[in-house]
Design a protein around this ligand. Structure first.
Ligand code: SF4
Length: 328
């Protein structure tokens, strides 16, 4: 809720002036149990910083993360410890996150042992999770260099599952893999989600991954949430010009989506240090008006769940969401 993460930097050599990089600027988002939410945006949009705040790896400058009704900013030591057992993460490059000197079994066991699970029990759990990711037990004694990229990602998923998490954060889970393996991993993630009613937050720049796997899409631009809604609605009828540009830039695999209104986005994403006034997207937006240069857009509700921060949506909005888009 209202999560902000600002980084202080000093500008100028002689007159040192404090200034801030607003990596995440007042983002409110709800992820319901059993839901898959895709978080998309270019690099520098703040999506990874937001994930680090959610994981409690970095303290927010403002706002808070509420998990299972527990406000993490006020959580006791015990509550924080419990939180870390309920949230797990899978990174883009499993090879760099697995110890090359550890066997698969030890890698999967490690987080369990750290959290006080007896070794014999952790060993059994490693076997069980290897089954869950559809890998043969003979791989328990393998080392990372003996495995393929897809197998390594399965091990990383097994390790994340070992703690019986309630939510898994998947940071670019398939972008380091060959295209042929990507679909296998996505299907495995979908199977696991269905079987264990898991909740996923999938961070990626790959819209085809989001379209394939997620129930909802959250689009971030320069630290702000600009569009949030059900995947079908957002992909078939993106409302924010930035989302439309992202969709146009992605190869369209779904024939139903071809031929929709789209344009090619121009320019580079702006800098988080010198953020444009008003709507941050206005220097790149083909529909920008003078109002966009001075006034940040409100959060307009286009349906119960589809929210957009763009002045263009004012007329068709059925309401305003001040909770999610505080500038409204
Ligand atoms: Fe473009 Fe204005 Fe909408 Fe921003 S508010 S996306 S500049 S039309």
């Amino acid at each position: 809720t209202h999560v902000k993460k600002y980084f202080e930097i000093t500008k100028g050599i002689i007159k040192q002036k404090k200034t801030y990089v607003k990596a995440v600027d007042d983002v409110t988002m709800t992820i319901n149990k059993g839901e898959i939410v895709g978080l998309v945006g270019e690099s520098g949009s703040g999506k990874t910083t937001l994930a680090r705040v959610i994981l409690n790896l970095t303290k927010p400058t403002g706002g808070t993360v509420i998990f299972d009704h527990v406000d993490l900013s006020k959580a006791t030591k015990q509550e924080k410890k419990e939180f870390h057992t309920k949230v797990s993460v899978v990174f883009q490059d499993p090879a760099s996150n697995l110890n090359p000197r550890e066997t698969v079994q030890s890698s999967i066991m490690r987080p369990l042992v750290i959290h006080g699970v007896p070794k014999a029990e952790a060993r059994e759990k490693a076997k069980e999770t290897l089954d869950m990711v559809k890998m043969d037990q003979r791989y328990l004694n393998s080392y990372p260099h003996q495995l393929s990229g897809g197998q390594l990602q399965r091990i990383a998923i097994a390790r994340a599952l070992a703690m019986n998490p309630k939510i898994m954060i998947l940071d670019e889970p398939t972008s380091a893999l060959d295209v042929s393996v990507q679909a296998q991993i996505l299907n495995l993630l979908l199977d696991l989600q269905e079987k264990f009613n898991l909740t996923y937050l999938v961070i990626t720049h790959d819209l085809n991954v989001i379209r394939y796997i997620s129930d909802k899409i959250a689009v971030m631009y320069l630290g702000r949430l600009v569009e949030f809604g059900p995947t079908e609605e957002v992909t078939q009828n993106p409302k924010h010009p930035y989302t439309q540009g992202l969709m146009a830039a992605a190869p369209i695999l779904d024939p139903h989506l071809r031929g929709r209104k789209e344009y090619i986005m121009k320019g580079e994403p702006g800098s988080l240090v010198n953020l444009p006034e008003g709507c941050h997207f206005h220097p790149r937006c083909p529909f920008a008006t003078d109002r966009c240069k001075t006034t940040a857009p409100g959060g307009y509700l286009l349906s119960d769940e589809h929210k957009v921060a763009c002045h263009l949506c004012e007329q068709e909005a059925v309401g305003i969401d001040r909770e999610v888009f505080p500038d409204s």
